[in-house]
Design a protein around this ligand. Sequence first.
Ligand code: HEM
Length: 466
Amino acid sequence: MPDNLAWITYIRWGEEYNSDILRLSVLGNNLIIVNSLEAASDLLDKRSAIYSDRPEMPMLNDLCGFGWNLAFRPCDNTWRNGRRVFQHELGPQVVKRFRGLTEQAAHRFLCSLLREPTAYMDHLRHMASHGVMRIAYGIEVAEKNDPYIDTAARVAEGIVAVCRPGAYLVDIMPFLKHVPEWFPGAQFQRDAKAWRKHMTDQHEKPFKAVKERMISGDAPDCAAKSLLESLECGDNTGSYTEDDIEFALGSMYAGASDTIVSTLGSFILGIVLNPAIQTKAQEAIDRVCPDRLPTLADQDNLPYIDAIVNESLRCNPVIPIDIPHRSTADDIYRGYYIPKGSLVLANAWAILHDEKAYPDPLRFNPDRFMKDGRLDPAVRPPDAAFGFGRRICPGQHMAHEIMWIAVACTLAAFNISKARDEHGREIPPSGEYDVGFACYPKPFVCDIHPRSREHEAHVRATMDEL
Ligand code: HEM
């Protein structure tokens, strides 16, 4: 198994064997690597009835207790109900009711950029956390040392540590999970106990907080409140329980933060390396809203912002290899036998760098999505970044809203460019990425300042609403 940039190795192997599907046998697991949209869609979308389970993850799900999270759960009733909860609150149309909150989170980000532009990645993280916690639970996270954000950071560390291939023998020999904590060599049980606390806190604590506020009558409008109310009045028609709501809301925060932060980090990197894109976007924004910040209601008139978001998702996908889908029945595809229990890994990086769909694929070029001033319907949007079939990301509509407004407002109010050293020479970012649970641009310095006093005033005017 390649341990670094596996997606590139899989493309190379695909070329060597002249096939867009590959089979690897790894420690008794049958891995099917899928390098093309056609094969990914044939298996994971069209045959989703048998390709939607997840692999067993004894260390993460059973011992660390992260099995509540939808992303790693098998295809069971809790998972199905959790997806209904997402649909209830974050479906493509319903999510729009949170637009005011999404815009507020973006405005906070702009104000933080004015104050401390060099810490833009911290501000992005704060914006994503603020938006999701406010929408999911009605919770306003603190500017610094927020307990919910700290918990999420510990959980993310835990996932990376636990999911490193070969990190824990119990994932290869699941019967070891019954070994007691005191047993010599059972360090994995003690590690799991330490992670379990954070992983449980992540869904329990904010949910408890919102329920207490509902009892005292001061819970603001949020997803948790409307879902719990729908339970009370029986509107849910039995399709989910209180536990399902708790787990789905916990999965919102866990799924949203890294993915949004990394994609917006890619956006900033793309602009620093390609200043002409910024000029073009600012011309478009100035035409549509010359004397104010853009809002989500401007989306139809600003297709170039969509193109920038698309390119930020495509060029360096946050999750280059989709979370594995496990098959639940024997199957035959193009004459190949795929036994039940196989793990299918869609190579999103390969699909989003397919030269036929995206010529010169390594270049950050939002214009590839445009034609005659509109989004070109002939160019396929980077949907593969959000996965496939019944497991497709249920937060994609919310993610799009948060990223769109962040990109539009940042470009409306600020100029982003390469930083300079003490001799006035530009410092080019390396453009490299760190690989963990999500891929992140390696930290780079850049210069971010308001476009003019007037633009600064637009940002300052939003401070009243915060
Ligand atoms: C740039 C933003 C995002 C990207 C690129 C992204 C990408 C993905 C991908 C690739 C998957 C796996 C799909 C599969 O297995 O085929 C996924 C699953 C998931 N995502 Fe996202 N995501 C993003 C934002 C969000 C947000 C904002 C939320 C919550 C509000 C969220 C919640 C989830 C959940 C709960 C799952 C698990 C779904 C399941 O297994 O049924 N994601 N996401």
